[in-house]
Design a protein around this ligand. Structure first.
Ligand SMILES: CSC[C@H]1O[C@H](OP(=O)(O)O)[C@H](O)[C@@H]1O
Length: 352
């Protein structure tokens, strides 16, 4: 088995901290424009998360943490507790920017906890914590990449959905990290990516990231997935997650649920890859997850041009929940849970 050269994949970075401003690679204009937007305030960070300048569960958590640092730079306080009182509105605005990915609340919780126990050095403590959140995410992705790839037999084909690569994380990616490791190790022969309508994360971002790495990939229409499985070209569906509940139910990009149903029908396995920051043991099961609904305009237009007759009504939920019994493996940096259920999740993530 070949080893994984992680440095080969480190060139796409969606989030850059300069010490003064946050720079976000604007994912709305990729792959044809590579443009870092410079943000100076927490309000700008919240808007960037809401408008998908930055997206992907771990990446929005990291960005929100830097948003707190930007807000903190405007505050004068003697210790962390005093700063926390003044920063509460910033925490609230950042937390409300997107509802489904738990990484956002998780990262803000870490920043809040650091403030609560800091003295006069609270600002540098916050900065160090934001950096730690990003550094730990990259390390988790590399671990998960190898752990997930181990489940894949040599000669396999895989299908992925949405974008779970460097763009969605601090680097390397979650599901795309497993695919990178699996290709590097010689296990994966063929990679397919669904377009991921309506925002086209698969078409605009995933196949571009793979092309940058020199990994051949084939784009399919989302509607071609069941046919792809029927023709025997894929053995695994490998996806990320925005929130994994205590029983293993998983919220991910809209369309994941129907992929899992089709996969079960065709004997294709489903792997969910996500860091522990995506695990929400306080939510018992998927029916309690808030599913973000975005502007129906995302469905009615393409590249800013109206493609649907005026007066048509559209509904645009952007996540769905895959029940745990349709998932074969949940891969985290803390452990791999096969045939996940509450017992398996609690064995890795603890009891309440
Ligand atoms: C590495 S998690 C990526 C995760 O984020 C996506 O959603 P969005 O593009 O709307 O932020 C999707 O659910 C992916 O699995």
């Amino acid at each position: 088995m070949n080893t994984v050269d992680f440095d080969r994949y480190d060139h796409v970075r969606p989030i850059r901290w300069t010490g003064e401003v946050l720079e976000l690679l604007d994912q709305r204009v990729l792959p044809f424009e590579t443009f870092y937007r410079r943000l100076h305030t927490f309000d700008e960070v919240a808007a960037a998360i809401r408008d998908l300048v930055v997206r992907g569960a771990p990446a929005i958590g990291i960005s929100a943490a830097w948003g707190v640092v930007l807000a903190a730079k405007q505050v004068s306080a003697g210790d962390g507790q005093a700063a926390l009182k003044q920063l509460q509105p910033a925490f609230d605005v950042l937390n409300a920017s997107r509802p489904t990915a738990v990484n956002l609340a998780w990262a803000l919780g870490r920043m809040r906890a650091v403030l609560a126990k800091s003295g006069s050095d609270w600002l540098s403590a916050l900065e160090q914590e934001a950096l730690a959140i990003a550094t730990e995410d990259l390390a988790a992705n590399r671990l998960m990449g190898r752990a997930g790839a181990e489940l894949i037999d040599v000669g396999s084909g895989v299908l992925t959905h949405c974008n779970t690569g460097s763009l969605a994380t601090a680097g390397f990616g979650t599901a795309l990290g497993v695919i990178r490791a699996g290709v590097a190790e010689g296990r994966i022969d063929k990679v397919f990516a669904g377009e991921t309508r309506p925002w086209n994360q698969g078409a605009r971002l995933t196949v571009w990231e793979l092309q940058e790495d020199g990994i051949p990939a084939t784009l399919i229409a989302d509607a071609a997935a069941a046919h792809l499985m029927k023709t025997g070209q894929v053995q695994w569906v490998v996806v990320g997650a925005d929130r994994i509940c205590a029983n293993g139910d998983t919220a991910n990009k809209i369309g994941t649920y129907q992929l899992a149903i089709a996969a079960r029908h065709h004997g294709v396995k489903v792997m969910v890859v996500a860091p522990s920051s995506t695990v929400d043991m306080d939510t018992a099961s998927g029916e309690h997850i808030e599913i973000e609904e975005r502007d129906p305009g995302e469905l009615l237009t393409a590249l800013g041009k109206r493609t649907v007759a005026e007066g048509i009504v559209a509904w645009n939920p952007v996540f769905d929940v895959t029940p745990h019994d349709l998932i074969d493996a949940i891969v985290t940096e803390r452990g791999v849970i096969l045939s996940p259920d509450e017992t398996g999740m609690r064995a890795v993530f603890g009891t309440p």
